[in-house]
Each structure stands twice: as structure tokens, then as C-alpha cells.
Ligand binder design. Structure first.
Ligand code: ATP
Length: 233
């Protein structure tokens, strides 16, 4: 579904992604792991063309994304939830969800507000609350739910467990497993190995914008030296 081939991405002169390649198959949940600054967020932004790679290819369902403006990636079926949860703080939960509404998409799960409230019960209870009156974890859920209102075929979640209470992290993990059961393809960036292992099928470990490991969590467990070298655990 997603094929990233030898991308090189920069901020100005700073060369961040250095020939990175990986793929994500339909229905898979893949976790991008690595320390602070390893390049996880930049990878997400490069897929979304928010940081367009200067070389290499990002192919989504056979279509080249490099060279397209960022808004076209959303139209193509990619849903992106950035690390800084851009919800509208003066709008209510229901209004935030409406902002994200897009027509159903062939080959992707179709979400209604009622289904999203089942997926994130906290949001149902707070449907008339304004974004600014919600906890960090609830805002994170709202940000994911609003993106799902666009009926994406591939969901990119940048560090969904960061800075939220452990009980909410557990709910978040359950919600992601439900998304997987619905057949959604998910690429998730994580520092929390425990969370990543609970939700993802496969781990890709980055360091200095290069791929250091790509495989199952079972395989990763057999190679503790990789974990010790590239993850902060
Ligand atoms: N807007 C920017 N301008 C310049 N350099 C940046 C910018 N954003 C990130 N970087 C640098 O790019 C490198 C990769 O950062 P990135 O945010 O992709 O890492 P990450 O693995 O997502 O880590 P984090 O968990 O801190 O978000 C880091 O060295 C970072 O300092």
C-alpha cells in the first residue's frame, strides 16, 4: 500500500532522512521506533509531503506522492495526526468532528460520529465540551477521531501515547487494535516500546534518519543489542 524508496529529506541544509526505504502492506500496523531526533516525525512529514523529500519516491497505492502538494496526500487517502494535536480549541467535540468530515472512500473503512464515539467513549461523554476544556489524552483522541472522519485508507499517528496518562494510553491501545480489526492500515511513530509492541505487527527502528531494523517484535526480542543501541529502554 505504501512504498517508501530511498528518500532523502532536509530542513534547509540539514540532511535528516538519509536514503530511507520501507513499506507498509494493506491492513498492517507498523511502528516507527527510535530515540528523540531519530527522524520519526520527519518520516511522517515526508510521507505526507509536508517535508517533501528531495530525492527518492513515496508511492501510495501505486501513485507517486513526491511532487504533489501536501493537501493532495490527504485527498489520496492518507490521514495524519501530528504530534501537536491540532484540534480547534474553541469548537466542541462534535464541531471538531464535523470539520474533518469527508465522503466515504472506496477500500477504506467508513466512519460515522456514532462509531467514533464507540471507539472513544470519553469523547461521547464530552461531545458538547470545547477542545480547550479537555485533557491531553482526550485531545489526542479527538485529533485521531477527527482524522478518521476523513475516512483515510492509511492513518499516520505521530507519538499518540506521548504525554498522556497511563490509563488513557491503555484506552488508546485498545482503540488502535479496533482500528486494525476494522482493516485500517496504520503507521505509528513511538518512543514507548511497550505501547508499540501492544498495537503493532512490525517495528522499524530509525537512527540518524537511517533504518537500523525492520521486522517482528519477536525478532527484535531476540536481538537485545539492537534494542539497547537504538531505543531508550
Ligand atoms: N523544523 C525543523 N528544522 C530543523 N531541524 C529539525 C526540524 N524538525 C526536526 N529537526 C531535526 O531533525 C532531526 C529529526 O527530528 P524528528 O522530529 O524527525 O525526530 P523524531 O524521531 O520524531 O524525534 P522526536 O521524538 O523528538 O519527535 C532532529 O535532529 C531534529 O533536531
Amino acid at each position: 500500500m505504501l512504498e517508501v524508496s530511498a528518500i532523502h529529506s532536509f530542513y534547509g541544509k540539514a540532511h535528516i532522512l538519509d536514503g530511507l526505504s520501507f513499506s507498509v502492506a494493506r491492513g498492517e500496523v507498523v511502528a516507527l521506533l527510535g530515540r528523540n531526533g531519530a527522524g520519526k516525525s520527519t518520516t511522517m512529514k515526508s510521507v505526507m509531503q509536508l517535508v517533501p523529500p528531495r530525492a527518492g519516491s513515496v508511492s501510495f497505492e501505486g501513485r507517486e506522492l513526491v511532487g504533489l502538494p501536501a493537501y493532495r496526500t490527504a485527498k489520496a487517502g492518507l490521514g495524519y495526526v501530528p504530534e501537536d494535536r491540532r484540534i480547534f480549541s474553541d469548537l466542541t467535540v462534535l464541531e471538531n468532528l464535523e470539520v474533518g468530515r469527508q465522503p466515504p472512500r472506496e477500500g477504506a473503512p467508513h466512519w460515522t460520529v456514532a462509531q467514533l464515539f464507540e471507539l472513544f467513549p470519553n469523547l461521547a461523554e464530552r461531545r458538547h465540551n470545547r477542545g480547550k476544556h479537555m485533557s491531553g489524552g482526550e485531545q489526542q483522541m479527538l485529533s485521531i477521531a477527527r482524522t478518521l472522519m476523513g475516512n483515510p485508507a492509511l492513518l499516520l499517528l505521530d507519538e499518540p501515547s506521548e504525554g498522556i496518562a497511563p490509563v488513557i494510553v491503555e484506552q488508546m491501545a485498545r482503540s488502535i487494535l479496533t482500528l486494525k480489526a476494522e482493516g485500517l492500515t496504520v503507521l505509528i511513530s513511538e518512543q514507548n516500546l511497550h505501547f508499540a509492541r501492544a498495537v503493532a505487527d512490525r517495528a522499524i527502528i530509525l537512527e540518524s534518519g537511517q533504518k537500523k531494523f525492520d521486522g517482528s517484535f519477536a525478532l527484535l526480542e531476540k536481538q537485545p543489542e539492537i534494542r539497547d543501541a537504538y531505543l531508550s529502554v
